[in-house]
Design a protein around this ligand. Sequence first.
Ligand code: ATP
Ligand code: MG
Length: 448
Amino acid sequence: MRLSRYFLPVLKETPAEAQIVSHRYMLRAGMIKQASAGIYSWLPLGFKVLRRIEQIVHEEQQRAGHIPMLMPTLQSADLWRESGRYDDYGEEMLRISDRHGRDMLYGPTNEELITDIFRSHVSSYKDLPLTLYHIQWKFRDEIRPRFGVMRGREFYMKDGYNFDLTKEDALHAYNRHLVSYLRSYERMGLQAIPMRADSGPIGGDDTHEFLVLAETGESEVFYDSQITDLKFGDRAIDYDDHAQCQAVLEEFTSRYARTDETHDEAVFNQIPEARRRSARGIEVGQIFYFGTKYSDAMGATVQGPDGKPVPVHMGSHGIGVSRLAGAIIEASHDERGIIWPEGVTPFHCGIVNLKAGDAEADAACEALYASLMALGLEPLYDDTDERAGGKFASMDLIGLPWRITVGPRGLKNGVVELTSRRIGDSEELPPEQAIERIAQIYGKLSAE
Ligand code: ATP
Ligand code: MG
C-alpha cells in the first residue's frame, strides 16, 4: 500500500477521553473512531489488525477440529425464555421489538441459538462429538463502556460450543480449547495465563479465564510466578489424543493462578513468598464446561447407544477478538507508539522514502516495494513528501515491526537502513539483503 493513497488519519494530539495507552494509540494511529458510547468504526488500519487476529483464531480452531459457521446478531426472545435467561440476563441485554411487536434481542452470546440448531438437526450419539463456532459481533449494554475496544458495548467475539455424549468427552473438548487458545495467543505475541475463574451467569463449575498481565487490566489476579515461565511453543499436539491434551491442561493449570473471584488466601500463602504475585490482568478469553444445563432446559438430547435419549454435555468457549487488539497494545508499546508483534501487524514492514521526488530514491523504493509484494508480503510505502521527522514519528506510532529507510546518501554506498521497531537497532545493508531478512522473519512465522 502506498501511503499517499491510503486512509490513515493519524492524530498529533492525544485525545482527552482516552484513559489508557491502547485506547490513546488506537485513536492516534487512526485505527478506530467512536460512533457512540462503546461502539466503534474500525478504520482501515484497525480493520487489518482485527482481521489478522480473527484469522489466527480461525486457523487454530480449525486445527483443533472445530467447525466454523455464522449465526445472526439478532435473536428471537423466545429461545431465551426457554432457557430462562431472558429474565435472568438483566440490563446488559439490548432488547428490541420488531414492527410486529415480536420481542427480539441483539445477542450477547449464543448458547440458546446453537442449542436450537443442534436439537433440530442432531439426533444420534453417532453424530458426536461436535464442536461448532463462529466469530460474530455481540452486544452487551455495559453500564460503563470504557477503554476503547477493551470494554465496548458492541464487540467482536469468537464463541464455540461443544456437544458430547459423556462428561469425559466434554472435558476433552474443554482441554482442546485450552490448548488451541494457548497456541492462538502465543501466535499473537501474547502470554495469556489460564486462571481458575467464576462461571457467572453461564453456569457450571469448570471454567478458566485467560489473562494477559497488564497494569491497566480490570481484573485483580494472584499467581505463582513460575507460571510465567510456561510456553506452549511449537510443540506438536494431536488434538484427538485425550491424554496429550489433558497433560497440557495439567501443566498449565497446576500452579496457583486465580482471579479475585476464586482467590483463596490460605492456598496462596502455601506458595513460597518469593514466588507470590498479585497483579492486574486483561481477560482475553474464557472456557466453560457446563454439563447438561442448556440441553436439559431446551431438550437437546440424542439417542444413546442403548436407544434411550440422553441429554448432551456442553461447553462454551469465547475469545475477545476485538478486545485483543487493545490488549496486544497494552502488552507491547513504548512512549512513541505501538509495537506490533509480527503475527498480527497490519503491514509487514514500512518503507520510508527520505527524498520523495528524487529519481534514484524513488526507483530504489519502488524496487523494494515490488520485491516485497512479489514475496507475498504487504509493505506500507511512505511515498509522501512529508519531512523525515514526521514520517518516522508516524511509522513509530503505527508500530510496524520493521522499517526500511531509503535516502540518497545511503544509496550512494549501495545501502538502505533496516530498523527493528522493538529493539530500535538500525543496520545498513544492500536492499536485496534487507528483503531477504524480512522474508526470513515472516517465512519462519508462516511455517509454524
Ligand atoms: P468481562 O468479565 O470482561 O465482562 P465476560 O466474562 O462477561 O467479560 P465472556 O462472556 O467470557 O465475557 O466473553 C468472552 C470474551 O469476550 C471475554 O473473555 C472478553 O475477552 C470478551 N469480552 C467480553 N465482554 C466484552 C466487552 N464488553 N468488550 C469487549 N470484549 C468483551
Ligand atoms: Mg468471561
